[in-house]
Ligand binder design. Structure first.
Ligand code: 6GU
Length: 273
């Protein structure tokens, strides 16, 4: 997979040389290229920002350096890009939320291009222009909070995507068992334990040492359901009732959740009459 990143703070992306991502790059599984937006300015101060039309606080990134920088990146496609060109990812707090499902979609692409905004973002015509040229543009947000720029989001998205590429993570089977995996019904993962069996007076649940694989699987499923109900009831709203056994439903009912039109929602409270 080829990844191009345009930024005014390329040093921010240095961690992409470390750990599994660094190894994937050394092995040629991932080709990451960082480009300096300021190389595409033409004034003495290498200006990339300006005040917003209509007024308001803060500065926006000007469209011209972005047009030049992205044109240069798009003009140099990887050999195996296929006909569709890259997905242009624009990290932004107003984007669609980046989820494991989005990571899975992006992992199937041969080429990702990131446009890292700073300040209050990039002039809206940049995304509009590349969309009109047929580029698949996706604005992505990490969550409901505000960061200073897109570079941290690039670290997050590249790590989440690259670990799904064949050969990057040693044990591919472990991917399907993780939290948020579709194979796991989008639930949070169960708690996990290793040796010693007793630590500071805390024991590992006995079922995990029972050797009864069915009982272990049932215990883990129950824990995943309870944890998700308590911590992330929004995820239960998307849990397919058709994928839930009678035992699953009983656990969720204990936690106060019952099937509704989409997934599982809070059980209606009894009404006194
Ligand atoms: Cl991707 N960018 C910025 N600037 N802020 C964010 C974000 C991205 N995701 C959440 N907050």
């Amino acid at each position: 997979m080829r990844v191009d990143v345009v930024s005014i703070f390329g040093e921010y992306l240095a961690p992409l040389s470390l750990s599994l991502i660094g190894k994937a790059r050394a092995q040629g599984l991932l080709d990451v290229r960082v480009h300096d937006l300021r190389e595409h300015t033409h004034d003495r101060h290498r200006t990339v920002d300006d005040t917003p039309y209509g007024g308001g606080a803060g500065l926006l990134m000007k469209p011209e350096p972005w047009g030049e920088a992205l044109d240069a990146v798009l003009a140099d496609p990887p050999g195996d890009a296929g006909g569709d060109g890259p997905v242009l990812l624009v990290p932004s707090p107003v984007g669609e939320v980046f989820t494991q499902a989005v990571a899975v979609e992006l992992a199937a692409e041969p080429w990702l291009v990131f446009a890292c905004g700073r300040y209050e973002g990039i002039d809206a015509r940049v995304a509009e222009h590349y969309r009109s040229r047929g580029v698949r543009v996706r604005e992505v947000s990490l969550g409901d909070y505000v960061l200073n720029g897109g570079e941290v989001a690039v670290l997050v998205v590249v790590e989440a995507v690259a670990r799904l590429l064949p050969g990057v993570v040693g044990n591919a089977a472990s991917l399907a068992e993780e939290s948020h995996a579709a194979e796991h019904d989008g639930l949070l993962e169960h708690p996990a334990y290793t040796k010693p069996a007793s630590w500071r007076g805390l024991e590992v649940p006995a079922v995990l040492s029972s050797g009864d694989h069915g009982a272990v699987a049932r215990w883990r499923r129950e824990q995943a359901l309870r944890r998700t109900a308590r911590r992330r009831p929004d995820l239960l709203a998307r849990l397919d009732p058709a994928r839930c056994s009678a035992a699953d439903r009983a656990v969720l009912a204990e936690e106060g959740y019952v099937p509704d039109a989409h997934g599982f929602g809070p059980a209606p409270s009894p009404v006194a009459d």
